[in-house]
Design a protein around this ligand. Structure first.
Ligand SMILES: C[S@@+](CC[C@H](N)C(=O)[O-])C[C@H]1O[C@@H](n2cnc3c(N)ncnc32)[C@H](O)[C@@H]1O
Length: 230
């Protein structure tokens, strides 16, 4: 396994969803529903849940999809994908093992791409993140949409400090206790406190070639949903 992030995701699938729901007090479920609704509202017949993990967004999309719409779920972690394949909705989903900067899809093929809580993982450098966004741009049809749900940075410095303190005091200790993986939740805690604010991320999406970039802050700005068009 070349990528250290891929190794992290061999350690967490069993407790991944319950930990997310606990640490966000269920907010992550609402945020994913909103992101999936943004995709479904746009319509089209081919949707991609990139870095799909245990497939919560892909499952939500498959419930919203009209007849004739194909939902593809892609990720480079087989253990995470196996959790998704065990879900009842998986029969309506096409699964693909894929690395985000080299996607095995044709140019101009998808109506929508959604990614949730994985942009931080791709951001090993800004260059890598831009490369991944350019890859999404390549495989989207002209006019297609890109939706990104990710943790963010509250604008108020007081709320930002409280958020970082909450992350520091809860994510690593609770994550380690429940999942048994120290590295995974140390990594999550670290990257959540260092990731871009919503404005900065919007700039990177624009630099990758998208237009009409907008975003909505969730829950005092601790997360954000960005939407952009090819
Ligand atoms: C935090 S999980 C998010 C999973 C899911 N989207 C969700 O909302 O719960 C991040 C996922 O991104 C995948 N991932 C991270 N880097 C990747 C890359 N470079 N290529 C493909 N998948 C990647 C991981 O395997 C993992 O399943």
């Amino acid at each position: 396994m070349k990528n250290p992030i891929q190794k992290i995701y061999t350690e967490v699938p069993r407790t991944y969803e319950i930990l997310n729901h606990t640490l966000t007090v269920g907010q992550d479920i609402l945020w994913r529903m909103r992101a999936a609704k943004t995709v479904a509202t746009e319509g089209g017949t081919l949707w991609l849940d990139m870095c799909s993990g245990t497939g919560e967004i892909a499952a939500s999309l498959s419930r919203k999809a009209r007849d004739g719409t194909t939902v593809v779920a892609a990720d480079f972690s087989l253990p995470m994908m196996q959790k998704a394949i065990n879900k009842p909705e998986s029969k309506q989903i096409t699964f693909t093992l894929a690395e985000v900067t080299h996607l095995p899809f044709r140019d101009n093929s998808f109506d929508a791409i959604v990614i949730s809580f994985a942009t931080r993982n791709i951001n090993t450098s800004k260059t890598n993140l831009t490369k991944a966004f350019q890859e999404f741009h390549r495989i989207l049809k002209p006019g297609g949409i890109f939706v990104n749900l990710e943790t963010s940075q509250p604008r108020s410095s007081l709320i930002r400090r409280l958020f970082h303190l909450y992350v520091k005091l809860t994510v690593r200790p609770i994550g380690r206790l429940v999942s048994g993986s120290d590295i995974a939740y140390a990594y999550l805690s670290h990257t959540m406190r260092r990731f871009y604010g919503a404005d900065e991320l919007a700039e990177i999406v624009l630099e990758a070639g998208f237009s009409e970039v907008s975003f909505r802050r969730m829950f005092l700005g601790i997360a954000a949903i960005h939407k952009a068009r090819k």
